[in-house]
Design a protein around this ligand. Structure first.
Ligand SMILES: Cc1cc2nc3c(=O)[nH]c(=O)nc-3n(C[C@H](O)[C@H](O)[C@H](O)COP(=O)(O)O)c2cc1C
Length: 366
């Protein structure tokens, strides 16, 4: 399959064109080349988004993020996400990215990490609609193809929401993803789907609904409730990479594929091999795996026994021994479609992390 060129001005069609769209949400330290490949193996979303490329006077597009664009073999388009506020350097970065096979440019108006929003970028910009207008105008002028925006519904409240939606119309944004929380609500509050529905009715472009889309059934419900053009899914695609395929099944009115613990074991193995690098020492690799498995564990057992044991492993052998014990003892038992209530992926993101300078698995849980 071919990837849409950057100058395309129409949104790529869905894998099943009559269906609502699905997208893998951009996630720093997660949505890299390896993870996108693993997700595509189990059933690609319609669209991928890179983790954010930082833009400032000294920035150059990060090499590992460019790899997720240049070496993309998923057959599905990848939008490159930018975070920044300097219009000159945003436009320069667009020029650089246009040399790569991107589907379009996405602007981050949502990152809630204090170190980010204090620089007045990401979610911090939602306090300043005038500045957003300036950035949207500059990016619209710089991007010959698709220009998309991902936003939250406000900073500490929703007072500027309508103004920002009107700017999205004024600057002819091609696709809007709305995470239905304010910046201050971080990642674990209720999601305000009524605000996403409001965005759908106010903007002219298609809207992707984002936030706590936990399963195909939830995707179906959220689309019904918001009338959004599709869903964007983040943490629950880490837990369940089959989720996009399951969405296509439910959208088609077909039964949703039932997953087993043996399927989850297959996923862990594939993810381990895909994320292995010669320069990554075993114990660091195991630690990296634990960050993904924090989410996977939410569907393994209601007591969190897998998570408890998994967190204590230090080597590949120990990690897979735990996986075998918890996932292959009853291989046909169901890998739960929804996370078990109360099984929390640690650490707790509700404690604002003032050290981390972005959104990373260190700080964000479900
Ligand atoms: C580990 C992690 C990293 C994230 N990094 C980004 C990012 O680089 N850019 C962005 O716009 N949002 C980022 N987000 C937010 C997600 O894209 C998404 O909006 C949020 O997780 C809510 O969706 P979910 O409930 O489906 O996970 C990140 C979220 C997580 C969990």
């Amino acid at each position: 399959m071919t990837v849409a060129p950057a100058v395309s001005t129409t949104l790529p069609s869905a894998i099943l064109p009559a269906q609502p769209l699905t997208a893998l949400a951009p996630m720093q330290d997660v949505t890299d080349l390896a993870f996108m490949g693993v997700v595509a193996h189990y059933g690609a979303p319609d669209y991928f988004f890179t983790e954010f490329l930082r833009v400032h006077s000294m920035s150059r597009p990060e090499k590992h993020i460019l790899r997720s664009i240049d070496e993309n073999v998923t057959g599905r388009p990848v939008f490159a996400q930018l975070i920044g506020e300097d219009v000159t350097h945003l436009a320069r970065t667009v020029d650089e990215l246009l040399r790569h096979p991107i589907a379009g440019i996405d602007l981050n108006l949502g990152c809630p990490a204090p170190k980010v929003y204090k620089k007045n970028v990401g979610g911090g910009l939602l306090r300043d609609p005038e500045k957003i207008g300036e950035i949207l105008a500059a990016l619209r002028a710089a991007v010959p193809g698709l220009f998309t925006v991902k936003m939250r519904i406000g900073f500490e409240d929703t007072r500027h929401f309508d103004r920002v939606l009107d700017l999205v119309n004024e600057h002819r944004v091609d696709l809007l993803s709305v995470h239905g929380r304010t910046v201050k609500e971080m990642y674990r509050s209720e999601v305000h789907y009524n605000f996403i529905a409001h965005a759908v009715s106010r903007v002219r472009c298609p809207v992707l609904a984002n936030g706590n889309v936990t399963s195909a059934a939830a995707a179906h419900r959220v689309i019904g409730e918001t009338r959004a053009a599709g869903v964007m899914i983040g943490r629950h695609a880490i837990r369940n990479p089959w989720i996009f395929r399951q969405c296509r099944e439910i959208f088609a009115g077909r039964p949703v594929m039932r997953l087993t613990l043996a399927d989850a074991r297959d996923y862990v193995e594939r993810l381990y091999r895909a994320t292995q690098r010669p320069d990554l020492e075993e114990r660091y690799h195991v630690n990296k795996m634990k960050k993904y498995l924090n989410f996977v564990g939410q569907s393994v057992d209601a007591d969190g026994a897998f998570l408890h044991a998994m967190r204590r492993t230090e080597t590949e052998t120990e990690l897979f021994a735990v996986c075998d014990r918890h996932l292959l003892a009853e291989p046909t038992r169901e890998f739960a479609p929804e996370p078990y209530p109360g099984v929390i992926a640690r650490p707790n993101c509700e404690t604002p992390n003032t050290v981390a300078d972005g959104c990373s698995l260190e700080t964000i849980t479900a």
